[in-house]
Design a protein around this ligand. Structure first.
Ligand code: SF4
Length: 294
């Protein structure tokens, strides 16, 4: 039985950056808070809490403490209000997410009706929408197409969406408008993780996807994988059931961009234990076969 991990699994640049910024800031100021969870991984959020970094959900809860802005960003008016109060801000919004705010502003100025391809309830999309003057249309899929023709459409995407689904939507939008301006804001970390997951899913007879159940990019990996093969989305090693592994020759693992390395290592070791291979326990994610694959 072989166990392999998809290349590029786990933390992306934006998540690593946000965690490093938060940890550094906490060393200087133990009373620091994050506005909303820093990243979408409950275990990592718990670890940050243990380091003294608690999460608040309203300006009234900040109580003048230095505030870290999460990797997904926050609504423009909330950010401005925090600034106005003179509260120290450590802005850990991923630069790729900030870029989508700039694109939205730019398209607005040029008079385009903005369409955001994404989940209307996701914090990144809620924040992005706040940078649009007027009414942005949020579309989750082709079923949400506007009823009437729109003169000028400018479309951008939530950073963690799937490129093929974005293309499908664009194709469906063409007959619905006079002019269509497309800005591909899907982050390359997302696309790379999705491609490696798909590749491994095709080689495996079982896939374990690790990451927050509230993580949009992890859910997307689980969706991509489950379209091909039996797939389980877990947050922790304890969730693995021995019966899943029965009669499986090739087990694949992948992890979302906000999944910490230590959880991936625990999952790998738990799988080895379940299949009676405990002598090969590892300590670093880099040691899992496939992680460094060219
Ligand atoms: S997935 Fe991309 S956009 Fe999102 S935090 Fe990571 S690097 Fe930034």
């Amino acid at each position: 039985m072989k166990v392999k991990i998809a290349k590029n699994s786990g933390f992306c640049f934006g998540v690593k950056r946000a965690i490093n910024m938060a940890m550094e800031a906490a060393k200087k100021n133990p009373k620091i808070v994050t506005f909303g969870p820093l990243i979408h991984n409950p275990q990592m959020v718990e670890k940050l809490e243990q380091a003294g970094i608690s999460s608040v959900n309203a300006i009234s809860e900040i109580k003048d403490r230095p505030t870290i802005i999460r990797s997904h960003g926050i609504k423009k008016d909330i950010l401005e209000e925090i600034k106005k109060k003179g509260i120290e801000i450590i802005n850990a919004t991923c630069p790729y997410v900030s870029k989508t705010h700039e694109y939205a502003r730019h398209l607005n100025e040029e008079g385009y009706q903005i369409i955001i391809f994404g989940d209307k309830n996701h914090p990144e999309v809620i924040a992005l929408k706040s940078y649009v003057k007027g009414n942005a249309i949020i579309m989750d899929n082709v079923d949400d197409l506007p009823d009437k023709k729109i003169d000028k459409i400018g479309i951008i995407s939530q950073t963690t969406r799937n490129i093929e689904n974005f293309q499908e939507l664009i194709k469906a939008l063409v007959p619905k408008c006079g002019e269509l301006r497309i800005i591909n804001t899907i982050c390359s970390a997302t696309s790379i993780r999705q491609k490696s997951t798909l590749k491994l899913a095709k080689e495996s007879d079982l896939m374990i996807v690790i990451g927050g159940k509230n993580s949009s990019n992890t859910k997307m990996l689980a969706k991509i994988s489950s379209d091909f093969i039996e797939t389980y989305h877990i947050e922790l090693a304890d969730e693995i059931e021995k019966r899943w592994l029965f009669n499986k020759e090739n087990i694949g693992i992948t992890a979302g961009a906000s999944t910490p390395d230590w959880i991936i290592v625990e999952v790998y070791n738990k799988i080895l234990k379940c299949i009676g291979n405990s002598q090969k326990q590892i300590h670093k994610v880099e040691d899992i076969p496939g992680f460094k694959e060219e």
